[in-house]
Write a protein that binds this ligand. Structure first.
Ligand SMILES: O=c1[nH]cnc2c1ncn2[C@@H]1O[C@H](CO)[C@@H](O)[C@H]1O
Length: 311
């Protein structure tokens, strides 16, 4: 039997395959910057990380209704199950959408109902870790998002993170938002060390993270590597994503082997599979090329998961 998989780092808005995204955009009367599958594919040729984030915001804005959110969870659960996923922590980004007039309940209810349907249909356990974004300046909104995460904890919200553009942006203003979820027993799972350097990871470590998303640039600072290993913090590594956003130039140069050699457990995920022209199979193949096995990835998934009770 193949090893079961645990996927801890997947942005649900980035899992929507091109034709489905076009259908959802049409039914919501939200024009996309491209109107064919091929057009979207060329839009997804990212020149750098910030270009990717700008494109992500443009294309994911067409997701607006509870029905959209429910559908994308169920669709991705089917895909994930086909690769042997038994448990996943999906990310969604509520703050961007609330700022566009969408209600919190539309998202939280849509996604969490999707998880119930996904479990019934495909047997995948889904939990959620919504993301704030680093460039946001409305920290009241960040804290409100944290309170919404707590409010929906019984429906499968197990943590909260911070994503988006990294360079030059501090995590520290999110301290209060992180505390709100932590005081309620949820985990804080920020992105750091993806496009920004180890200094971004040092800030993340100061906020008592349950895991760190990416964290690959820890390899540039031996003290940071050691602290992550000593504290047993799992990194959610997404090899194909790192190539597509060009934060790592070639697979041969990917830091996964150095992270492993430093004693750090790394889960393997797709990040935004539809936008990165990847899927779990391809990310596991990339990891295998780097000498990392599905068994190691599963052990890291178990160690890092916020609410996994066994396959
Ligand atoms: O690979 C990624 N790195 C960082 N942020 C990402 C990634 N994929 C999607 N997002 C999402 O981009 C939004 C930008 O405002 C954030 O909410 C973040 O969750």
């Amino acid at each position: 039997m193949t090893t079961p998989k645990i996927e801890l780092h997947v942005h649900l808005e980035g899992t929507v395959r091109a034709q489905t995204l076009l259908d959802i955009a049409r039914r919501n009367d939200m024009p996309l910057p491209a109107d064919t599958v091929e057009g979207l594919a060329s839009l997804y040729q990212f020149t750098d990380f910030e270009h990717f984030i700008r494109t992500w915001i443009l294309t994911t804005n067409c997701l607006r209704r509870a029905e959209d959110f429910r559908q994308i969870v169920v669709d991705y659960a089917r895909e994930a199950a086909s690769f042997g996923v038994v448990y996943m922590e999906g990310i969604f980004s509520p703050a961007e959408r609330v700022q566009n007039g969408i209600r919190w309940s539309e998202m939280f209810i849509g996604y969490t109902e999707g998880a119930v349907e996904a479990r019934e249909r495909y047997g995948v356990e889904i939990r959620f870790t919504p993301d704030l974004y680093r460039s946001m300046t409305d920290f009241e909104l960040a804290e409100e998002c944290a309170r919404q995460c707590v409010r929906y904890a019984d429906d499968g919200i197990v943590g909260m993170g911070v994503g988006g553009k990294e360079q030059g942006l501090s995590l520290l203003p999110f301290r209060r938002a992180a505390q709100i979820v932590q005081e309620a027993g949820l985990g804080f799972v920020p992105h750091a060390g993806e496009s920004a350097g180890p200094e971004s990871i040092i800030e993340a470590l100061a906020l008592d993270p349950h895991r760190i998303r990416h964290g690959i640039r820890a390899v540039e600072d031996p003290a940071v590597l050691k602290e992550i290993a000593d504290r047993g913090i799992v990194l959610d590594v997404c090899p194909v994503s790192n190539l597509r956003t060009r934060v790592v130039p070639t697979l041969e140069e990917h830091p996964l082997p150095q992270l492993v050699a430093a004693g750090i457990q790394c889960s393997i995920s797709t990040d935004d599979p539809a936008m990165f022209d990847t899927d779990l199979g391809r990310d596991y193949e990339a990891a295998a090329t780097l000498g990392y096995t599905a068994e190691q990835a599963y052990a890291a998934g178990v160690a890092g998961a916020l609410d996994f009770t066994g396959a």
